[in-house]
Design a binder for this molecule. Structure first.
Ligand code: AMP
Ligand code: MG
Length: 286
């Protein structure tokens, strides 16, 4: 503790990366061990990471206007109340909304069900120069679908490889993917559900149906374990972010995005006009 607010974002990524042999049950949802210090210090560090992100977002956007093909996708998974919306507000909210597209995936519509499960995902990928956020994703098709037998096992069991192939193609086409599982404890979920019922301004967030999903907690953990270990690839690794403390969650996700954007290192495009000539023309304007 107390080394000051600067931490290497790459080291934070490594601390929360989930490798094929890892166990979700070994991950502490209340962990804050890589935080730069107290809650206050950590929140200040998140704010300065956000400032850096805003600058890099502009460069990525500019690169896209100059013909660049690259984009960034933040994919968020996690149980009800794990903080997917809060993470979007806390980390993505500071960015220029013109270059951000947030997509929430719900129970598929009748039209979506007529297509392959990856159809709606493919259609929602960020355009060049943009930052996309997926609030839930293709992973629902091996999580809720598996837990509730919405399609036969012979079908969902093929989807791990299909997702890996799909993500590989997306990455090859220029989209950097950051996959985050917000890892919440069952106790903290109970607390958050109870809080929502104490505050009339939070009733809108409460869904009685979330209680019946909670009854499948262990099945979801098992489904997550398989999704994380079978779909954490070099092209698109998974990160498991301790989510019981919101300030720590936001700081970790900010680090994941800063690390990704520093790696991408987007560049402002060169002028596609004669700068000297244009300067002369502008100087001569009346
Ligand atoms: P929320 O994120 O709270 O608005 O809830 C969205 C709901 O849609 C969750 O219960 C998800 O499990 C469900 N959902 C998302 N994608 C799928 C899918 N592919 N198949 C079935 N249910 C889904
Ligand atoms: Mg919900």
């Amino acid at each position: 503790m107390g080394k000051g607010p600067e931490k290497d974002p790459r080291a934070v990524c490594e601390a929360v990366a989930f490798d094929a042999g890892d166990l979700l049950a070994d991950r502490d949802t209340r962990d804050t061990s890589t935080a730069p210090g107290s809650r206050e210090l950590t929140e200040a560090a998140t704010a300065s990471l956000a400032t850096e992100l805003i600058g890099m977002q502009e460069r990525l956007y500019a690169e896209g206007t100059g013909g660049g093909r690259r984009s960034l996708l933040l994919l968020l998974q996690g149980t009800d109340t794990s903080g997917k919306d809060g993470t979007v507000r806390g980390v993505v909210g500071a960015m220029n909304p013109a270059g951000v597209r947030i997509m929430s995936f719900k129970k598929p519509t009748a039209e979506e069900l007529q297509h392959d499960f990856l159809w709606r995902i493919d259609n929602a990928l960020p355009e060049a120069g943009n930052i996309g956020v997926f609030n839930r994703s293709q992973y629902e098709d091996i999580l809720v679908v598996r837990v509730h037998d919405l399609v036969p096992e012979s079908e969902w069991s093929t989807r791990y490889d299909r997702i890996n192939e799909f993500e590989h193609r997306v990455v090859d086409a220029g989209t950097h993917i950051v996959k985050v599982m917000l890892h919440l404890s069952k106790d903290e979920q109970k607390k958050r559900l109870a809080d929502r019922l104490e505050d009339p301004t939070k009733f809108w967030k409460y869904k009685p149906g979330d209680l019946s999903e909670r009854a499948f907690w262990d099945d979801y953990q098992a489904a997550y374990q398989d999704a994380l270990s079978r779909c954490s690839t070099d092209a698109a690794p998974w990160y498991v972010v301790p989510a019981d403390r919101k300030w720590y969650r936001d700081w970790v996700v900010a680090n994941l995005l800063v690390a990704a954007m520093r790696d991408m290192n987007p560049v402002y495009p060169a002028a596609d006009f004669d700068v000297t000539e244009q300067r002369r023309l502008v100087a001569d304007l009346d």
